[in-house]
Design a protein around this ligand. Structure first.
Ligand code: PMV
Length: 324
């Protein structure tokens, strides 16, 4: 039976979220946790979608493309685009999704799903080497899932690697990695939030106090240069401090929360070099820089403090790909 599997990585924002919305730079990296999508032939007359991690087993009628579950709206939009704009025929298939990323935690799981689905679908119908098509289809899925995505998540899921991202400009690919002996931990607070609401709140605060906020935005942009230098020279103590300062700026703009601060301080108190929220804030995930020897201790501390998923990641992972 014909089957194709594709996968795409999640991402973290290392520096500059929120500030990026008003045109400063940010650094984002594809992480070593992926979403896998398998497409298999079927005798059924429906498209069936099975996603154990999302607790989903539902169908879409290939004629009407009406989703049987609201969670399938992005998939239905992508199928509609594939049929109505790209002109491909939609046939019944079974779609199995396996996510190594927590869902709704600011780690780009929905963009990774969209990219992996688009890649798998195109490979399934015999369209190879079509990253531009993957991008077009993924953007339709992400827009349906998130309203007005900045594009970081889709760029990361498709291209992989590490980028400096500035609104309205092509992402600049850079190469950076943690030196031996250091780890980056991701922890999911378990608190779901709407990116759009946090972004609106932060922008509202920025407008209320332009004379102060403009300085914070400038500081956030300057942090990018210092962070790149710290990576280059392998100065992880400085990098950790810069993460703390970035967190301070995010706190000032109202993107943090009690749960986030509690987890960050627990990590710092136990020897982390630096820690910050990643993504929109008010929940979602945090990232923590640690010396490898302290990694287990700090992961346990975060779990004890109530974090849901706590794991180490490597940076600059490959983008969307067909799995053998
Ligand atoms: O939580 P996420 O992964 O959707 O990240 C949001 C990042 C922001 O900078 C807050 C918003 C954006 O569109 O860039």
């Amino acid at each position: 039976m014909k089957q194709v599997t594709a996968s795409a990585p999640g991402k973290i924002i290392l520096f500059g979220e929120h500030f990026v919305v008003k045109g400063t730079r940010s650094i984002a990296s594809a992480i070593s946790r992926r979403v896998y999508v398998s497409i298999t032939e079927t005798d059924s007359r429906y498209i069936r979608i099975i996603s154990p991690e999302a607790g989903l087993d539902s169908v879409i009628d290939p004629e009407t493309l009406k989703p049987g579950d609201p969670m399938l709206a992005p998939l239905a939009s992508m199928l509609e685009y594939i049929r109505d704009t790209l002109g491909y025929r939609i046939i019944p298939v079974t779609i199995r999704v396996k996510s190594e990323l927590p869902i709704g935690a600011g780690l780009g799981s929905s963009a990774a799903f969209s990219a992996a689905f688009a890649r798998a679908f195109l490979a399934f119908i015999g369209e190879e080497d079509s990253l531009e098509l993957v991008r077009k289809i993924s953007i339709v899925g992400e827009t349906r899932a998130h309203g007005k995505p900045s594009g970081i998540d889709t760029a990361m899921a498709i291209e992989g690697g590490t980028i400096i991202y500035k609104r309205g400009e092509n992402p600049l690919k850079i190469s950076l990695s943690l030196p031996e002996g250091y780890s980056l931990i991701v922890a999911n607070t378990g608190v779901e939030r709407s990116t759009r609401e946090v972004v609106e709140f932060v922008l509202g605060r920025a407008d209320k106090m332009v004379k102060v906020s403009s300085l914070l935005y400038e500081a956030a942009d300057r942090l990018i240069d210092l962070a790149l230098r710290a990576f280059k020279s392998g100065d992880m103590e400085l990098l950790g401090e810069l993460m703390d300062v970035n967190q301070g700026l995010l706190y000032s703009m109202g993107a943090s929360s009690g749960v986030i601060e509690r987890l960050l301080w627990a990590a710092r108190k136990n020897g982390a070099l630096g820690a910050k929220l990643t993504g929109a804030g008010w929940g979602g995930s945090i990232i923590v820089l640690v010396e490898e020897t302290l990694s287990s201790v700090i992961k346990n501390v975060l779990v004890d403090e109530g974090a849901l998923d706590v794991f180490e990641v490597s940076l600059g992972e490959p983008g969307v790909r067909v799995e053998e």
